[in-house]
Design a protein around this ligand. Structure first.
Ligand code: PLP
Length: 436
């Protein structure tokens, strides 16, 4: 498989935008161009998602990348391989996915790993005892749990900060600060933080700016354009998009970082299996049409919820009354498919809605084609320390939706019937499992 050298260039597009369109999104496909220098070929995101990293199978000319389901590779002679010796170190199917992810995010290299948490694990091994990381205070619960573990086991220092407050971030910087851990939009309240400004703070300190881009995917947000050094993904979510695999990836801006990540992925044994890589590669081929549909449906659902009498508050960056709507328009290429809201009342009312939907499935995770509903306080964020959860504003009334690509009317009807039946005297609380 030839090594692709990938550069990026911006193509000027149509400047006319309507007020609700993110600044960058109306001409997204025209602007963004993956430029594969070895082929002298210029591909836009949608084309690159389908074609990049696809191995032209020399044995049988298969159009789709084969699954190299092997742990080991035959040497031609001592010291002579065809580029692969052992699948923990590297595997052609994994390499194809890594090339694809590198192209879509515009990096220099990447590692495809077993889960999103594996990606975070590998990234955290860039640091050592005494190093200090500033982390967004409303990060994914599993990220907080792992950082807490590394604090306890290895003496990593971590400060949680509301990153919407740039002054507070600057005030938290110490001489030993080695990274800013940025997650935007945040999970589950969909706060948006200013990636460019945060990267500038990191640069001043020669610290790494690491962005978890899981919630928007490279279709809707491009952290390297804003100064990030590393991008982390749970490919379990939008990149794969079909809720049938867990996976993760770390993409590096520089070759040096990419090589270090490959080293760590092998040393820690975190690489994704060939079959999982193949599934994610297949999912990515439809990333663009799926993301468009997710966003279309999410906008309809958010509007419906914001007008519903039994809804207290809606969190969706595409709504004009979202506190970071303007930043989202400026920074993102789209608002994404996640919507959170608070039901009027308390935990009992929230539990009722969570137990009443028929199209929305009560389940953790997000980014799949089917719509999911979940309760962050007892599910996705149950692992987070309660005081941090409270501080981040994740109260028990918050419900998170991963809006799928079903017919939007069915989604609205489903939420309507669940919300309409919220009558305090007529129901009992639904028991919710505590997971992940
Ligand atoms: N990052 C974010 C933003 C997430 O939402 C998740 C999981 O929900 C992860 C990372 C971890 O990913 P995984 O579950 O694939 O390990």
């Amino acid at each position: 498989m030839p090594a692709l050298k990938i550069a990026h260039k911006t193509i000027k597009g149509n400047d006319e935008e309507d007020a609700d369109t993110p600044v960058a999104s109306s001409d997204h496909r025209k602007r963004f161009c993956v430029f594969i220098t070895t082929k002298e070929d210029c591909m836009r995101l949608q084309t690159a998602a389908i074609h990049t990293g696809v191995d032209k199978d020399s044995a049988f000319n298969s159009v789709i990348t084969p699954i190299y389901q092997t742990s080991t590779f035959r040497f031609d002679s001592v010291g002579q391989t065809k580029g692969y010796d052992y699948s923990r170190t590297a595997n052609p199917t994994r390499k194809a996915l890594e090339q694809n992810l590198t192209a879509l995010e515009g990096g220099a290299g990447s590692s495809a790993v077993a889960t999103g948490m594996a990606a975070i694990t590998v990234a955290l091994h860039l640091f050592r005892t005494g190093d200090h990381i500033i982390c967004t205070h409303d990060c994914y619960g599993g990220t907080e749990r792992l950082l807490r573990t590394y604090q306890e086991l290895f003496g990593l220092a971590v400060t949680y900060v509301d990153m919407t407050d740039l002054g507070a971030v600057e005030a938290s910087v110490r001489p030993e600060t080695k990274a800013l851990w940025i997650e935007t939009p945040s999970n589950p309240l969909l706060n948006i933080v200013d990636i460019r400004a945060l990267c500038a703070i990191a640069k001043k300190q020669s610290a790494l700016a690491i962005v978890d881009n899981t919630f928007l995917s490279p279709y809707n947000q491009r952290p390297f354009e804003l100064g990030a050094d590393l991008i982390v993904h749970s490919t379990t979510k939008y990149l794969n998009g079909h809720s049938d695999v867990v996976g993760g990836a770390i993409i590096a801006k520089t070759q040096e970082l990419a090589e270090r990540l490959q080293y760590l992925t092998n040393a820690l044994g975190q690489g994704a299996s060939p079959f999982d890589c193949w599934l994610v590669l297949r999912g990515i081929k439809t990333l663009v049409p799926r993301m468009k549909e997710h966003e279309h449906n999410a906008a309809i659902v958010a509007k419906f919820l914001s007008e519903h009498p039994n809804v207290q508050r809606v969190y969706y960056p595409g709504l004009k009354n979202h506190p970071h709507h303007e930043l989202a328009r400026r920074q993102q290429y789209g608002f994404g498919g996640m919507v959170s809201f608070e039901v009027k009342g308390g935990i009992r009312e929230a539990n009722h809605v969570l137990g009443s939907t028929k199209v929305f499935t009560l389940a953790e995770s997000l980014g799949g084609i089917e719509s999911l509903i979940e309760h962050p306080a007892s599910m996705s964020h149950a692992s987070m320390k309660p005081d941090l959860r409270e501080k981040a504003g994740i109260n028990e009334r918050v419900i998170r939706l991963s809006v799928g690509i079903e017919d939007s009317q069915d989604l609205v009807d489903d939420l309507d019937q669940a919300l309409k039946s919220v009558l305090p005297s007529k129901h009992t609380a639904t028991k919710i499992a505590v997971g992940a």
